[in-house]
Design a protein around this ligand. Structure first.
Ligand SMILES: C[S@@+](CC[C@H](N)C(=O)[O-])C[C@H]1O[C@@H](n2cnc3c(N)ncnc32)[C@H](O)[C@@H]1O
Length: 307
């Protein structure tokens, strides 16, 4: 099977521009992917360093080659960005000047059917970003009890039909295990009202939910952002692109905490600069970008800066 490496970076100039890069600074790309954003950062560095994370081995291998053609001011780390603090400590990097996150999956992960992320292509029910991890989507679909599985589909997929879908999954798996993406798609379709199926692919929300659960996506964002807030130098920025409400809710909540005044309410003070961070902006993707890259349609960029 030929592996696709095609990925259009979302909000490329806005995200990298938001970092306000100094050529000697230390920057982190938490979600390397096919190194679109990383390349642009690296091109701006002379004596600075880029540290880029991805837990997908294929992203690391591809990007190592791509980035080494620009300069050698980078370090790639194959790890979960939830381990940010630990990984930087091992590299003897106590502080950073900025960090970006371009959350979710890359196009190559979706397009390579053997990764099992796509509801359009048949493949194993896998969905692991880190292929060294043991938990797969098939494990969840075939083993989790009703309550847990329906909660995952409801919470992470915002799927109102979660209970109905879970009941059907359990009925089918009692006769034989569900092991492929299209087998799961057929099960979901069989209980989906035709009227709703015409509006959106019936499997979209369930697949999103399983992907989030397999990769512990929401827990990792929370852990990583909290660590990043302690590692950032003054005037350094944390910049995050989220793609769905579950991701955005977490980013919004953490940024609200970071930009909240530390003073007691109703103190007679004119200028309150007690909050550790200030809000810079919230940007939506431009329509012109969505025309060329449908995947970007729900992208939202939030930026905060350390005082
Ligand atoms: C949307 S893609 C990033 C694309 C990249 N910005 C580019 O321009 O090519 C997200 C990448 O982040 C990785 N990723 C997602 N969550 C991660 C996590 N918790 N730890 C490490 N990597 C993660 C995925 O494996 C994927 O390669």
């Amino acid at each position: 099977m030929i592996e696709s490496n095609f990925h259009i970076s979302v909000m490329l100039k806005q995200l990298v521009g938001a970092l306000q890069i100094k050529e000697n600074g230390i920057y982190v790309d938490a979600t390397l992917g096919r190194a679109g954003h990383s390349q642009l950062i690296l091109e701006k560095l002379t004596t600075g360093t880029l540290i880029a994370f991805d837990k997908d081995e294929t992203a690391i291998k591809y990007s190592q080659d791509k980035l080494s053609k620009i300069n050698q001011q980078f370090i790639l780390v194959k790890d979960d960005f939830a381990n940010l603090e630990n990984a930087l400590r091992k590299l003897n990097i106590p502080k950073i000047d900025g960090i970006i996150y371009d959350l979710g999956v890359s196009s190559p992960q979706l397009d390579n059917s053997d990764r099992g992320f796509s509801f359009h292509r048949d493949g194993p029910l896998d969905m692991r970003m880190d292929q060294g991890q043991s938990l797969t989507a098939a494990d969840i679909v075939n083993n989790y009890p009703f309550e847990e599985l329906s909660k995952i589909i409801y919470r992470y997929g915002d799927e109102k039909l979660a209970k109905k879908i879970t009941r059907k999954i359990i009925e089918v798996r009692e006769t034989k295990p569900i092991t492929t993406t299209l087998a799961l798609v057929e099960i979901i379709k069989s209980v989906y009202p035709a009227k709703l199926a015409r509006l959106k692919h019936p499997a979209r929300k369930t697949f999103q939910a399983l992907r989030i659960a397999v990769n512990n996506e929401l827990g990792a964002i929370e852990d990583s952002l909290n660590q990043a807030s302690k590692l950032i130098n003054p005037q350094g920025r944390i910049c995050v692109i989220s793609f769905h409400s579950g991701e955005d809710r977490i980013v919004k909540k953490i940024f609200a905490d970071l930009t909240k005044s530390l003073l007691p309410a109703r103190l007679p003070i004119k200028f309150d600069d007690s909050a550790p961070f200030i809000n810079i902006s919230i940007k939506k993707v431009l329509n012109s970008e969505v025309k060329d890259n449908l995947r970007s349609r729900s992208a939202k960029l939030r930026i905060v800066e350390k005082r």
